[in-house]
Write a protein that binds this ligand. Structure first.
Ligand code: ZN
Length: 373
């Protein structure tokens, strides 16, 4: 069952925010919204009352107070997005998107069996114990375990927009798996499912802007599991295939199936980029989305909530005492935060108790300097 928390998360995927981990943000908001229905008005109203509570400060701002203020500012941004967009229940939207993705893929010349979507409480055996979000059993699973091939999503893990993009990811596996299902689908195949399925096919249906935001949140999560970090790293390898061979090369790899993809992966891992793929069809908007996603996101430009809060006030020329008064933070804590900004990220340089140089203004517009949560 989807509830107010899920509705709010749909808004997150429409909004650039400042936190460094969507997982951390989810943990913060889930208990505060899950008692509400999946509906705009109650969620927007709850944001109002929660923001009031988070902004209420008793005395000086400390790390917890700074986190509350930063989350409150992000919630206000999300509230704006929720007023502008309606959020769809993934139980319904995914069925419609399955058909839309199929049209996009067939227009690209992909050949595959009729895709099927199953939203389930538990995955078919022997995968019922796996804590996956989604899986795409293929003909090998049908032969070995009697599972109907298709795209299986666990109901309890559905999140608006995220699940819609993941469906395009799973459909890419399904197409690749039809060629040689007996090989393990992993590695570069995951990278291709991300950059082709989610970012190219997903963007055709849900828009390039949403695809870019989704990719930033989902694949650059500061608290991502090792598995998810590997997906993001294989996405960079897949983006190099695109850079060298264009969309024609990516689609030839998909059509060639797991044998072809593994041959490319083996070669790339050894630093040999001379692989047997055709080249052509570089698409301007897609090249830009991929460049942003794979090369210009500074994943480690992340500081503590208090340092991120202090950064807003750390203009060049200001002293510790001036910043302390402006930010309502003790001078001792201001000094520690400035030191974190200087030593760990080199975004400011200090001269005694004065900020001599600051590049913070360069980093604020795109939320490039993120806060831990
Ligand atoms: Zn996958």
């Amino acid at each position: 069952m989807v509830d107010g928390f899920h509705y709010l998360m749909g808004g997150v995927y429409c909004t650039p925010c400042g936190f460094a981990s969507i997982k951390g943000f989810e943990d913060f908001v889930r208990p505060r919204f899950s008692d509400l229905p999946f509906d705009c008005d109650p969620v927007v109203e709850r944001i109002d009352s929660l923001v009031c509570e988070l902004e209420k400060s008793a005395g000086e701002v400390d790390d917890e107070g700074a986190l509350n203020l930063l989350v409150a500012a992000d919630l206000r941004r999300i509230q704006g997005a929720l007023r502008a967009h309606s959020i769809n229940d993934p139980n319904q939207s995914m069925k419609a998107n399955l058909d839309r993705y199929e049209v996009v893929l067939r227009d690209l010349g992909m050949q595959f069996g009729r895709p099927r979507l199953f939203i389930v409480d538990t995955f078919p055996k022997p995968y019922d114990k796996m804590d996956w979000t989604a899986t795409s059993p293929d003909k090998a699973d049908e032969k070995d375990y009697g599972i109907t091939p298709g795209n299986y999503f666990k109901r309890s893990h559905l999140i608006p927009i995220r699940s819609d993009f993941l469906l395009a990811h799973e459909m890419t596996h399904q197409i690749i798996g039809e060629v040689n299902p007996n090989l393990l689908g992993r590695g570069l195949e995951e990278g291709i499912a991300v950059i082709f399925g989610e970012l190219f096919v997903g963007a055709q249906v849900l828009g390039a802007e949403l695809a870019g935001l989704y990719a930033d949140y989902h694949w650059h999560d500061r608290r991502a599991s090792r598995g998810n970090k590997l997906y993001a790293q294989y996405s960079r390898m897949a983006a190099t295939v695109y850079q060298n061979h264009g969309l024609d090369g990516i689609m030839a790899a998909i059509r060639g199936g797991r044998d072809t993809i593994k041959a490319v992966e083996r070669s790339y891992l050894l630093g040999n980029f001379d692989v047997d793929l055709p080249s052509g069809n570089w698409i301007d908007w897609y090249t830009k989305v991929l460049q942003k996603f794979t090369t210009t996101v500074m994943e480690d430009l992340v500081v503590s909530p208090l340092s991120r809060y202090i950064a807003t006030h750390a203009a060049a020329g200001r002293t510790v005492a001036e910043i302390a008064a402006l930010a309502n933070v003790s001078p001792h804590k201001v000094s520690s935060s400035l030191s974190e900004l200087e030593q760990d990220t080199v975004t400011v340089m200090l001269d005694g108790d004065r900020v001599a140089y600051s590049d913070i203004n360069l980093l604020l517009p795109g939320h490039s300097l993120r806060y831990e949560i």
